[in-house]
Design a protein around this ligand. Structure first.
Ligand code: AMP
Length: 147
């Protein structure tokens, strides 16, 4: 029978498990959808943050939103890619984490999100917490508890 992690785990701060902003691929406000598609394709990431010049978090962009924006009636209008700005097509309605949030909140949100952006009280992007990292921690805790 597996033992479940106790509340200490759920109440731990997420801070130590965040992939810091310097290591996160991103695009900037003002970049074209073509540039974003290039970064997404080259990195293989499903979605990346959109930041302003001062590293404030603005939204997320993914290939599906880009394709959707250039979908014509009977073909994909690739020629529009250089003229589309990422800020016009990014997703902004997203759950976010704060640096001092706890595992419990992250765990709840990561059921529906592959990763979460961490944003401080000034709106600065500090990094991401991925479902993979969270699952690894959960697995470690379960194995520890089972000796
Ligand atoms: P992973 O858990 O590594 O499969 O990452 C899940 C998703 O989180 C990726 O598809 C990206 O959208 C995002 N992600 C993870 N690591 C990075 C990174 N270093 N830079 C940008 N996005 C990332």
């Amino acid at each position: 029978m597996i033992s479940l992690p106790n509340r200490d785990f759920l109440e731990a701060q997420i801070e130590d498990f965040v992939i810091s902003s310097e290591k996160v691929a991103h695009v900037q406000v003002g970049n074209s959808a073509e540039h974003a598609l290039l970064v997404l394709t080259k990195t293989g990431y499903s979605a990346i943050p959109v930041l302003d010049m001062k590293y404030h978090f603005c939204g997320l962009i993914n290939a599906q939103r880009i394709t959707d924006a250039i979908l014509g009636l009977d073909h994909i209008e690739y020629e529009r890619l250089p003229d589309l700005r990422v800020e016009d097509i990014m997703e902004t309605d997203l759950p976010l984490l704060k640096p001092d949030d706890r595992f419990q909140k992250a765990l709840d949100l990561l059921i529906d999100q592959n990763f979460l952006c961490v944003v401080d009280h000034e709106g600065m992007f500090t990094g991401i917490l991925t479902r993979r990292v969270m699952l690894k921690q959960l697995k470690k805790r379960i194995y520890q508890l089972n000796g």
